[in-house]
Design a protein around this ligand. Structure first.
Ligand code: NAD
Length: 419
């Protein structure tokens, strides 16, 4: 079996490829085998014996801790580095022990700076919104910076006190309302971090012929961090993609110089010539707009914390975390880990009722990333077929007018039958 490599900016995927996987804790043991079986069948159906995935198990989480005494053994990180692309089930967050989150550790160690969440609706899925078919977005969430980077000090510790003294004595800060009882956090947002995220989002929009990239931020309040994200994002689009994008500041400039009609015409011309429109919106307005005018948004580029909230709201709008796929990607090195976005669901583990679709759709993203689009399309079409017949696991089927609840294994077998 062979390894994926990256040469001259291109991913080279051998026909017989090894993919490391983490089974995952809790429901991981149920969804992972179902997902792998479906992928194997789809690859065989699409390419016969010409292409094949050899799954290589690597350990993380509770299973790793029980077998090796480590929550995230070095061998696991080595395997992801060696094979470049991997997939994982959900992991229990260890309590105590110095690891904030295994997922965050994996993302930070491999510098997987994009958390990509595609959000689309499948015919047949019942959702809380009236027109879910209008939701078709790709969220590019920055994964390594922001208040989420974990630079914080607990109230009452010497570190928090020291930090407070630094703020007041050296930085002249007078705004901390309750200094004695405050914890503190730091929110780093950089030009490099913003640019690589926005670049990946724009390149994705260009490659997939998508109409727009929206920068979602709270720059109206956090002017240098989130406001910087907006300004640096626009500057990057105009500098690196001048012939392929049309930005909102360019629209405003034409409006100021030549009037509203000329600006509107320039926008129409840009859209009809296939340019990607780069716009921005304040995060709270964006969350409202996702419910009111979701069709106005396509690719979303946003900071870490905003992206966390946005991802779950959008997932809920098309059926919930049970069918929301995700990936953490470094578009420069090519390292990528595809993952179920839900947690270990301990309350339903071992009951054969968990929905395996988040991991299955993450494997579809993985196949697309590898360029194995035919196999990816087969799986997507099989899921569309099953949902349109009302066949799904209980979490989804219970809301469908024609719903027929299938167990996790039985749902997997039904998808295989369709394939
Ligand atoms: P959870 O996602 O595990 O569960 C939340 C609710 O959604 C539960 O009622 C659960 O039964 C349900 N649910 C989740 N996935 C489902 C699926 N595929 N099909 C049907 N129902 C599903 O979140 P939690 O309970 O807050 O967290 C449990 C553990 O998972 C914690 O240790 C947490 O840290 C961890 N976690 C891991 C990840 C990850 O590895 N990516 C993500 C979130 C939480």
């Amino acid at each position: 079996m062979s390894k994926i490599t990256k040469e001259g900016g291109c991913l080279i995927v051998p026909e017989q490829v090894t993919i490391p996987y983490i089974e995952g804790d809790g429901v991981g043991a149920e969804i992972t085998p179902v997902c792998q079986h479906i992928v194997n069948i789809a690859v065989k159906k699409a390419y016969g014996s010409n292409r094949h995935i050899e799954w290589k198990e690597v350990l993380a989480g509770e299973k790793a801790f029980k077998q090796t005494g480590s929550w995230l053994p070095d061998e696991t990180m080595d395997a992801f580095r060696t094979y470049m692309i991997g997939i994982k089930g959900p992991l229990t967050t260890p309590i105590g022990g110095g690891i904030r989150s295994l997922n965050v550790a994996l993302r930070q160690t491999l510098d997987l700076y994009v958390c990509l969440r595609p959000v689309r609706w499948f015919q047949g899925i019942v959702t809380p919104i009236k027109e879910p078919e209008k939701v078709d977005m790709y969220i590019f969430r920055e994964n390594t910076e922001d208040i989420y980077a974990g630079i914080e000090w607990q109230q009452g510790t010497p570190e928090a006190n020291k930090f407070y003294r630094f703020l007041t004595e050296e930085m002249g800060v007078t705004k901390v309302r309750f200094p004695e009882t405050s914890s503190f956090g730091v929110k780093p947002v950089s030009i490099e971090g913003t640019e690589r995220l926005v670049r990946a989002a724009i390149e994705f929009a260009i490659t997939n012929r998508l109409p727009s990239v929206t920068l979602v931020h709270k720059g109206n309040i956090m002017k240098f961090t989130e406001g910087g994200f907006k300004l640096w994002g626009y500057a990057l689009a105009e500098r690196e993609f001048p012939g392929q994008t049309f930005t909102w500041p360019q629209y405003e400039k034409i409006k100021k110089e030549k009037g509203e009609d000329a600006a509107a015409q320039a926008l129409l011309d840009a859209e009809s010539s296939g340019k990607v429109v780069i716009k921005d919106v304040i995060a709270d307005a964006f969350l409202q707009n996702t419910l009111l005018i979701p069709e106005e948004y396509s690719v979303i580029a946003t900071l870490n914390l905003n992206g966390d909230y946005i991802s779950d709201q959008l997932a809920a709008m098309v059926g919930g975390i049970g069918i929301a796929p995700g990936a953490n990607i470094n578009y420069d090195s090519g390292y990528a880990i595809f993952e179920a976005t839900h947690g270990t669901a301990p309350n339903i583990a071992g009951k054969n009722i968990v929905n395996p679709c988040s991991l299955i759709l993450s494997s579809v993203m993985m196949l697309e990333f590898m360029g194995w689009n035919e196999a990816a399309m087969l799986i997507t079409a099989a899921l569309e077929h099953a949902f349109s017949e009302g066949k799904a696991t209980h979490d989804l089927a219970r809301f469908m007018p024609n719903g027929q609840s299938l167990g996790t294994k039985e749902f997997g077998e039904y998808i295989v039958k369709i394939l």
